[in-house]
Every structure is written in structure tokens, then in C-alpha cells.
Ligand binder design. Structure first.
Ligand SMILES: Cc1ncc(COP(=O)(O)O)c(C=O)c1O
Length: 402
């Protein structure tokens, strides 16, 4: 049959590299959120109560009345000077070191920093080491450039650096190692200070770049944080940050801070993606920081998420049957469950019961995670946490008994 425009299956023309199994995992998770009937532990979404709607309106009004132009104009690819200074100063006050002018790039969210890294570093078959489990968006970003993504296990103190060292000694040669040291997504664990230093030493010894994703770093429940990996090894670490969890995700704003030659390459890569992060968002965030509003909001946000987490852990304690284990985060949005039942089947049954949970599989590059579930407590009303966990626990009990 002749191929007519009507009969053409466009998917047949998609690039070969799109046919890997990176999948549409994030889209599936976002899809769950479209259904307001569901109690959703699915997305890593901030609670809208933390969104600074009025303050954003005030800043916008101020910019307009002051006749501001830069917020409405194209920005330089590396970012506007004022927002760059605000972000560098914030990094300095929170992490004890300031990225130099040629060591910082403003990005369109944390995910874009990962995309730019992948685009700049990865040829087909290059090895990228990730934590198993890890952020699904990172696996997808690396896989889209046909990398060989390999997972090193995690435990209660984060990435198992001894395991990594053994693999390196046995010949593994990654170009990149991706880690989320603080309140990890999805496991909710934090990399110990000792392991941070050991990791930097391994990067120096074996010549790979560490990508440190600090998405949840400022959301420690008690406000504290361990030294950032970048501050320990600025010669071998590129830090990817986001304002999504501390300001609001709709602004799509983040940063990359690291060695000057790496940042310079990312700037080149950005020139033919979106050219610059939205100037309006950059200026809004700069003002939000300069007026001290981010710190006021962070105190409220930390208290909110700490309370939610406590409620979730109490509900799990109360209603999960024996044989189920979970992590006890000290910040961030997530707890990671290990269950004696098939997680994908459980997630499917949970949706039927009006609860969205994410099975563990997509958080691994290698098919593991079949007995794990990620629970996000950040955007579930307190009383619904109890209802949701009761329902999931009943399903686990039933599946286990069957
Ligand atoms: C670990 C991690 N990195 C990056 C991101 C994405 O950040 P952004 O919204 O800035 O793209 C997320 C969002 O869930 C995340 O969990």
C-alpha cells in the first residue's frame, strides 16, 4: 500500500535514539495528578500553600512601575547579572563558597542542567553511574543520549561509595556520576559527610565528573545541611540546582555551578536549546531573594513538610503489615518503601482504590525496584495521608495473604 500522509505512522520516523526504554515515566506521574479524585502520593510536587502568589504579584507590579526592561527582554545565555549575583551570594551563604563569574549558569530548571550536561558529555555507550534508585528525569536525560546508565546501590547513608570504589577498581570508567546527596529522590536518604569526601576523592582519582543535584538541599526539616559535594570538590563537581521546591516550579528556573570549562561548554549547549532562561523568572527570583522572602517562606515550608512526613511515618507505623520497611527522611518530599508484594500490581490496585503511588521500577535503569514504592508526602492534605495509607496497607495485606 502506498504511504499517504493519512496512513503514515509518524512514530516510524522518530529518531532511533528515542526508541530506548527511557519511556514517558514522568508524563505518567504527571498524568495521575490530573485526577482530582485521587489521593496522590505520586508526584514530587510542592504544596501550593508554599507558592508566593501575592509576593510575586507585588514584585511584578514593582518591576512594571519602575519601568524595568531587563525582565521583559532576552537575557544573556549565562543569565542576567543581578540574578546571577543573587544566586551566587545565596550559594555562598548556604554552602560557604562562591562560584566565580565563569563558574555559574542560570538554567531553565534543574532538569535543563541535566539535559545540558548529557548533551555536552555523552556519546553513545558512555557510562554514567547513578544511585539505584534515582530521579527518573535524570535516567531519561542520560538515556536520551544513549548512555550506558549503571546503578550503584544506596543505603541509609546514601550512595554506597565502597561499592562504587570496588567497581572502579575492577575497571568501570564512567564519564559522569550523578548523585542527589540531600533527602534523595526517591529514597529520602542523605549522603553522609564522610562519603561525600570519599566520593570526591574517587572522582579525582578516576577522572569522572560528579553531578550533584541539590533539588531538596534547602528543605532539611531542621534547616541544617551537610557540606555540599561541590564545596568539597569544586574541581570535580558540577552542581545542578532548582528553585522549583523553594520558590515555585511554574517559574522553571535553576542553575549549574562547576568548573569554568564545563560551564562554558554548557553555555554553548544552551545557545541552541532555549538560548536563555526566562528573564522574567530570573528577576522575580532575584527580588524574592533580595527582599528576604525566600528565607521567610522556607521556614514555613520546612515546618509544613516536616509535619506531613511525621504524619506519613505515623500512618505507616500504625497500619502497614509486618514485612514492610520504609525510609525515615530528615527533609525533602519522599519515603521509599520495600514491600513483600509486587509494586506495579499494588500501584494499579491502589488507583482503583483512589490512591496514586509510584512503583519503584522506573527509578532504576536495570529492572530492579519491583518490590519498592515511592511515597511523596509533600502535597497530600494531613487527614488524607491517613486515609490513603490505610487503603494502601489494606491492599498490601490482601496481596500478601493471597
Ligand atoms: C532530584 C530532582 N532533580 C531535579 C528536579 C527537577 O527540577 P526542575 O523542576 O527545576 O526541572 C526534580 C523534580 O522533581 C528532582 O526531584
Amino acid at each position: 500500500m502506498a504511504v499517504t500522509p493519512e496512513s503514515r505512522q509518524w512514530a516510524e520516523l522518530f529518531a532511533e535514539r528515542t526508541r530506548n526504554d527511557a519511556g514517558d515515566g514522568i508524563a505518567v506521574i504527571l498524568g495521575f495528578l490530573g485526577n482530582p479524585e485521587l489521593i496522590s502520593f505520586a508526584g514530587g510536587f510542592p504544596d501550593p500553600a508554599t507558592f508566593p502568589a501575592e509576593r510575586t504579584a507585588t514584585i511584578l507590579q514593582d518591576l512594571a512601575s519602575a519601568g524595568e526592561v531587563s525582565a521583559f527582554q532576552y537575557a544573556p545565555t549565562r543569565g542576567l547579572a543581578g540574578p546571577r549575583d543573587a544566586i551566587a551570594s545565596r550559594i555562598e551563604s548556604l554552602q560557604g563558597a562562591r562560584p566565580g563569574d565563569d563558574e555559574l549558569l542560570i538554567t531553565s530548571g534543574g532538569i535543563e542542567a541535566l539535559e545540558l550536561v548529557a548533551k555536552s558529555f555523552l556519546d553513545t555507550g558512555d557510562v554514567v553511574v547513578v544511585e539505584g534508585p534515582t530521579y527518573l528525569g535524570a535516567i531519561m536525560a542520560f538515556r536520551n543520549y544513549e548512555a550506558d546508565v549503571q546503578a550503584v546501590p544506596l543505603d541509609g547513608e546514601g550512595l554506597d561509595v565502597d561499592d562504587l570504589a570496588a567497581r572502579l577498581a575492577a575497571g568501570l570508567r564512567p564519564k559522569l556520576l550523578y548523585t542527589i546527596p540531600d533527602h534523595q529522590n526517591p529514597a529520602g536518604v542523605t549522603l553522609s559527610a564522610e562519603r561525600r569526601r570519599a566520593l570526591v576523592e574517587l572522582a579525582r582519582r578516576y577522572g569522572f565528573l560528579i553531578i550533584e543535584d541539590v533539588a531538596y538541599r534547602e528543605l532539611g526539616f531542621d534547616g541544617s545541611a551537610l557540606p555540599s559535594v561541590w564545596s568539597i570538590g569544586p574541581d570535580v563537581v558540577l552542581q545542578a540546582g532548582t528553585t522549583s521546591k523553594t520558590f515555585f516550579p511554574g517559574v522553571r528556573l535553576g542553575w549549574a555551578a562547576g568548573p569554568a570549562d564545563v560551564v562554558s561548554q554548557l553555555i554553548s549547549a544552551k545557545q541552541n536549546t532555549d538560548q536563555c532562561a526566562a528573564a522574567l523568572g530570573q528577576r522575580l527570583f532575584e527580588e524574592y531573594v533580595r527582599r528576604g522572602w525566600i528565607d521567610e517562606q522556607l521556614e514555613l515550608s520546612r515546618a509544613l513538610y516536616a509535619r506531613r512526613c511525621e504524619r506519613l511515618l505515623a500512618a505507616l507505623e500504625r497500619s502497614m503489615p509486618p514485612g514492610v520497611e520504609w525510609t525515615r527522611p530528615s527533609g525533602g518530599f519522599f519515603s521509599w518503601l520495600t514491600l513483600p508484594v509486587d509494586a506495579a500490581a499494588l500501584a494499579f490496585r491502589a488507583v482503583e482504590e483512589g490512591v496514586a503511588i509510584v512503583p519503584g521500577g522506573p527509578f532504576y535503569p536495570d529492572g530492579r525496584g519491583t518490590s519498592n514504592v515511592r511515597l511523596s508526602f509533600s502535597n497530600v492534605a494531613d487527614d488524607l495521608i491517613d486515609v490513603g495509607i490505610d487503603r494502601v496497607s489494606a491492599l498490601v495485606l490482601a496481596a500478601h495473604a493471597a
